[in-house]
Design a protein around this ligand. Structure first.
Ligand code: SF4
Length: 738
């Protein structure tokens, strides 16, 4: 094979791994890892199978090729070709009309889409800000519940030690953490493998016997979904009653553990210890109590508790799945509390979450000017802001204003699957978007005719990450930053969002402010210069672009809260009390103790195992991030579809009750919708639970039955209590043979 250009690239998905490609006659032949010195002690980062298979999508004949406008009903997917000039004129006119009729807060751009320092969503917000404003969001679909409750507990989301620090642990607990499939960091599996080789014990807690269990676990513990906090409560009960807790740590660094460490103004009997021992509610949280809820045998809970207390330092690595439940805030809080109880915070080898954000270096994004409209909604509640926007206020999580002045009337959805596929309850979302009296104008920019693209009024063919320059940090906690070089020109009439938004800006008289005279590459130089202003050793723009990757080196792993734990008086935690808040006065003052307790405690989930709805829909349906899809990207990738089939997982005992055989086609349904999918019968998922990996493209037939197995046909738009986040793993369903 003769080789053309060799160039450095990163993948477009949520985070960024790094690899090289060879270009010849507009076809990317292969990809392989690169670049900095690759040794056992200091390995390079490697792209996963998704990143490597992206080249199969690049020149897929089904790519969108031309701008189009809708001809059929919204959502039918019928379009006719138009010119770029007509598309840009229409978008400009609608932005102006909607702002005039409904105000700037009626204009919206959902989160999601290709990441990087220059993201389409960031570009849309930049233009909307300059043009008078838009409705912004806070938090996200990944970690809303965990981030929110972590802020109440620690005062920061930067609570994890750097990943290589697991090699200093005596015990690693992967709690709903499935790196073998999801890839939680480019080198995460490398460090887990190394930890295993060093003989460090690894326990995986997950209702599913994941590939992470297969690859790394010494022990697998399977609680029912939504019951992790009950499991944690019983672990605490054993540790406290057997006097195994770290009293010095709790005394110096925490409030709320026992009655002696409460704020003066709080009435007695509100401490965590009194809850665990049953003094406050008459129910001791014994392992037998937890066994009835979680289905984990009491003996296993006892052994786990004793082992955790005896194995210091221990790292409790929290995944993001357990918190994406209807009681997700308590799921996360109960499990991270165990690190404080055992004094595993602020020490090397300890830590409460390797999946938390950890950024030792700031990489700036293209700047978004201050939004003239100050209001924000939780990211998950945008469909509510369409149907009842003017009713939404502080109780719905609105911040910045008391009440929204308008509902959403215009959407710029630039590469985001959240317009339909990745948002909860696709059937409900589709109905909302079909109603043209609600949202009056929708622009979608995408590579393919995705479920979201079908709902566009103006549909634009986007470029992809091979066809533009960009800069990206590799994963949220990586010490790597990559320059993604443009490899080829976009095909047909595909264009980068920056190009056509610049033309819209020009028609609005905002071109100079929007571009500041810069091309995409010019913005990459600006970002590089910003990095260099803080890190003079960072390479020049020319060198960075050429070498494509930069790694910050550190003498030792990062340990979160090291100085706070060593000297809490001099370095208080960033909470109101200056300590880790096992009891939160801010939560106490909300006065909703059953839903939002002031201490970590098990709160039964709606649509959990204790919900009476279980009589009608007896199975808990969870989902996970598939090895072969990044959210909904790659569902149309023939290579990856060939490699692994999209199936429902079900335990043999549940299959027997329903007379199902392996690979039978089944219907999965609840009150929100139904889907068709083959069933894989396996002991690798616990009884009473079924699982569907997320990201399949919503494909309803004429009766509304999804034919491809999109989990969001079954999920709910009801938000969680505190974060107003997405409960997309909490679903009761029934399964029948077709
Ligand atoms: S781990 Fe994520 S960013 Fe890295 S190659 Fe895979 S999909 Fe791309």
């Amino acid at each position: 094979m003769s080789l053309g250009k060799t160039i450095v690239q990163f993948t477009p998905q949520s985070f960024s791994c790094h690899f090289k490609k060879f270009l010849e006659s507009n076809y990317i032949h292969t990809s392989y890892d690169i670049v900095l010195k690759d040794t056992i002690d200091s390995p390079q980062i490697r792209a996963c199978v998704r990143g490597r298979a992206y080249r199969n999508l690049n020149l897929d004949p089904n790519r969108l090729k031309y701008p189009m406008k809708r001809t059929g009903k919204r959502g039918e997917g019928r379009f006719t070709r138009i010119t770029w000039e007509e598309a840009v004129d229409t978008i400009t006119n609608e932005l102006t009309r909607v702002k005039k009729e409904f105000g700037p807060a009626s204009r919206f751009s959902p989160i999601g889409g290709p990441w990087g320092s220059i993201s389409p969503n960031g570009l849309a917000k930049r233009l909307l800000s300059l043009d008078g404003g838009y409705l912004d969001t806070y938090n996200d679909y990944s970690t809303a519940q965990q981030d929110t409750i972590t802020m109440y507990t620690y005062g920061s989301v930067m609570i994890g030690n750097s990943q290589e620090d697991i090699l200093n642990s005596k015990l690693i607990i992967l709690w709903g953490f499935n790196s073998a499939e999801t890839i939680m960091g480019s080198l995460c599996n490398y460090y887990l493998r190394k930890a295993k080789d060093l003989g460090i014990k690894i326990i995986v807690i997950d209702p599913r016997h994941t590939d992470t269990v297969v690859a790394f676990a010494d022990q697998w513990i399977a609680p029912l979904p939504t019951t992790d906090a009950a499991f944690a409560d019983a672990v605490s009960y054993v540790i406290i009653t057997e006097n195994l807790h770290d009293k010095d740590f709790l005394d110096r660094c925490c409030i709320g553990f026992d009655e002696e460490h409460m704020l003066d103004e709080i009435p007695p009997n509100n401490s965590y210890k009194n809850y665990c021992l049953g003094i406050s509610d008459g129910i001791p949280k014994t392992p037998e109590w937890a066994e009835r809820i979680t289905k984990v045998p009491a003996a296993i809970i006892r052994t786990f508790a004793r082992e955790l207390a005896a194995s210091k330092p221990a790292n409790i690595v929290l995944g993001w799945g357990p918190q994406r439940h209807s009681n997700g805030e308590q799921q996360a809080r109960g499990t991270m509390l165990l690190a404080a109880l055992t004094g595993n915070v602020g020490i090397s080898g300890g830590g409460t979450s390797g999946a938390a954000y950890l950024s030792r270096h700031k990489i700036p994004d293209i700047p978004i000017p201050t939004n003239p409209f100050p209001g924000k909604i939780p990211a998950f509640l945008w469909t509510d802001a369409i149907t009842r926007g003017t009713e939404m206020g502080i109780a719905d999580g609105v911040i910045g204003v008391d009440r929204l002045p308008s509902s959403i009337k215009l959407i710029l959805c630039l590469g985001s699957g959240n317009l339909l596929n990745q948002h909860s309850d696709c059937n409900k979302t589709a109905k909302i978007l079909q109603d043209e009296t609600k949202v009056e104008f929708i622009v979608v920019s995408d590579n393919f005719m995705t479920p979201s693209a079908k709902f566009a009024d103006i549909l634009l063919p986007a470029d992809n990450f091979f066809e533009r320059d960009n800069i990206k940090r590799a994963w949220v906690y990586g010490d790597w930053v990559a320059y993604s070089n443009k490899l080829m020109e976009p095909p047909y009439e595909c264009r980068n969002e920056y190009d056509w938004l610049t033309e819209v800006a020009e028609r609005l008289g905002l071109k100079e402010e929007f571009t500041q005279g810069k091309t995409m590459e010019g913005w990459c130089k600006w970002i590089t210069d910003e990095i260099r202003s803080e890190h003079p050793d960072f390479p020049s723009f020319e060198d960075f672009k050429k070498q494509g990757i930069y790694r910050w080196k550190h003498d030792k792993p990062y340990v979160a809260f090291e100085k706070e734990v060593k000297d809490p008086l001099k370095y208080p935690f960033p909470t109101p009390s200056g300590k880790i808040e096992l009891f939160s006065k801010r939560l106490f003052d909300m006065n909703r103790p059953e839903e939002i307790p002031a201490i970590p405690k098990y709160v039964p989930a709606w649509e959990g195992p204790e919900d009476p709805l279980k009589n009608k829909y007896p199975l808990q349906c969870i989902s996970w991030h598939h090895r072969f899809r990044t959210h909904s990207i790659h569902d149309n990738n023939s290579w990856l579809n060939e490699a692994q089939q999209h199936v429902l997982w079900m335990n043999p005992s549940d299959a027997k009750k329903r007379s199902l055989n392996n690979m039978d086609r089944v219907k999965v349904f609840n009150g929100r919708g139904s889907l068709i999918i083959p069933v894989k019968i396996t002991k690798r998922i616990m009884p009473g639970v079924v699982g569907i990996p997320h990201g399949a493209w919503y494909s309803p037939d004429k009766d509304g039955v999804d034919q491809r197995g999109c989990i969001n046909t079954l999920t709910s738009q009801r938000p969680t209590y505190l974060a107003h986040g997405n409960p997309q793993h909490t679903n009761l369903v029934e399964v029948v043979k077709l």
